[in-house]
Write a protein that binds this ligand. Structure first.
Ligand code: AMP
Length: 175
């Protein structure tokens, strides 16, 4: 029997620190069948959403964002960790368990009124994607939705995105 998409994800206890169950998608994308299932799942999840461009969140959101953008004939915007983008940027800080993280976007990456779909591999608390949504809106763009390969339902990240359509391909009930 063929493996399901979830069976291609490797679950690693206590990574990067104790108490975290890390859902590793490298085992999905290193298999041609796993990658195909992931892309098909994402395409199916967004088929009713209307958008002009895709924003991928560093790093794993770039992989799926780039494939979706090319398959759907859209451009790809990069939302990157602080200090990586070479031109003028705006940034947003968001809370991590310890301390804060900063992400940035080029100021010309989104035009006023542009509808942007955000893509990442996984939604946990939703802090990262909410910061990305804020960046898009500060540039005058509209967040057309957010799509994830994996959703950790127990962390209720959707709550932070309740103004937008949120789609995920596979879910884990726990944290
Ligand atoms: P959050 O801001 O809490 O929604 O975290 C989302 C970001 O952290 C995504 O870019 C994920 O790749 C990564 N992440 C958070 N928790 C996990 C986890 N349990 N397994 C794999 N990646 C995770």
């Amino acid at each position: 029997m063929n493996k399901t998409l979830k069976e291609y994800v490797t679950d690693i206890p206590d990574f990067p620190k104790e108490g975290i169950l890390f859902h590793d998608i490298t085992s999905v994308i290193q298999s041609s069948e796993g990658l195909k299932l992931a892309v098909e799942g994402l395409l199916e999840s967004v088929k009713e959403l209307e958008f002009d461009s895709i924003a991928g969140i560093e790093t794993r959101g770039f992989i799926f964002g780039a494939i979706l953008a090319e398959r759907l004939g859209k451009g790809l915007v990069l939302v990157r960790k602080k200090g990586k983008l070479p031109r003028k940027t705006i940034s947003e800080s968001y809370a991590l368990e310890y301390g804060t993280e900063k992400i940035e976007i080029h100021i010309d990456a989104v035009k006023p009124g542009e509808k942007v779909l955000i893509v990442d591999d996984l939604i946990a608390t939703g802090g990262t994607v909410k910061a990305a949504a804020n960046l898009i809106e500060r540039l005058g763009g509209e967040v057309a939705g957010a799509v994830f390969l994996i959703e950790l339902v127990g962390l209720n990240g959707r709550e932070k995105l309740k103004n937008y359509p949120v789609r995920s391909v596979i879910t884990y009930e726990g944290k």
